[in-house]
Every structure is written in structure tokens, then in C-alpha cells.
Design a protein around this ligand. Sequence first.
Ligand code: HEC
Length: 123
Amino acid sequence: MNKQLLSLLLAVSASCAWAGGEETFQNVCSTCHAQGDKGSPKIGDVKAWSKLIKEGQANITADGYAGVRAMPARGNKPELSVAEFGSAVVYMANFAGANWKEPDEAMLKKINALIDKRNTAKK
Ligand code: HEC
């Protein structure tokens, strides 16, 4: 494959991943997180999100995916993968000033391990 084509493909896939997070946010998470319904951290609320950002990407993604307090597991959308859910978390965190990347393989591994822990603790 020539270099130009490769960089074009990379650019397209990077922008798709970003759009994916936004789309999931709009379709699923915005029900609560657009307005801060039920005590959820509202998108763009820097104060609420900076606390979560400090907890770290793997931790809060796992919390949300497994469900925590009034946050329903997977935002009530059981078919969401960890990658899709994680992408929406990145979208919201970056909206409040974080500089998180789309979860890569290493990050997904970390998140999955934490989700297992959360789910075991619940049983
Ligand atoms: C039915 C409402 C609702 C929907 C839909 C929802 N959330 Fe939440 N979310 C909440 C509430 C409420 C909290 C605050 C939970 C608490 O701390 O008590 C929360 C907290 C969170 C947190 C912080 C978890 C932590 O560690 O404290 C993350 C991350 C999150 N949501 C991500 C998402 C994502 C991503 C989606 C969409 C895929 C989503 N949420 C959809 C209600 C919702």
C-alpha cells in the first residue's frame, strides 16, 4: 500500500472513531447527561467532570459500563461494546478539558479487568 493511501485511511478511521463517541453520546447518553438528569455529571460541566477525570479513564469507564448508583449499566443500552461506551466517555471527558484518547487495546484490557471486578463485587 502506498504511503499516501495509508495516511488517508488512518485519518478517516481516526475521525470515524471520534464521530462514534459523539454519536453514541447523542443517541444514548444525552438522555441524562445533556441536562444532568438524575444527578448525572452534565456534559461541559467542568467542575463535575474534573473530579471524574482525576479518577482516570479506565476507572470511570468501568464504573459507567458496569453501572454505578443512579448510572444504569451501559446507559441502558445493553448492546454497546466497551469500546463504543468508552468512546462516548472520552467524548464527554474531553468536552470538559481532558485529553483522553480513544481506548486502544491496552486501555480496553484495563477497563475490562475493572468491569469484571465491579460485576463480581455486585454478586
Ligand atoms: C438514565 C440516565 C443515564 C444515562 C442514559 C446515562 N447515564 Fe451516565 N450517569 C448517570 C448518573 C445519574 C450518573 C451519576 C452516578 C452517581 O455518581 O451517582 C452517571 C455517571 C456517569 C459516569 C461517571 C461514573 C463514575 O465513576 O462516577 C460516566 C463515565 C457515565 N455516566 C457515562 C455514561 C455514558 C458513556 C453514557 C451513554 C453510553 C451514559 N452515561 C448514559 C445517568 C445516566
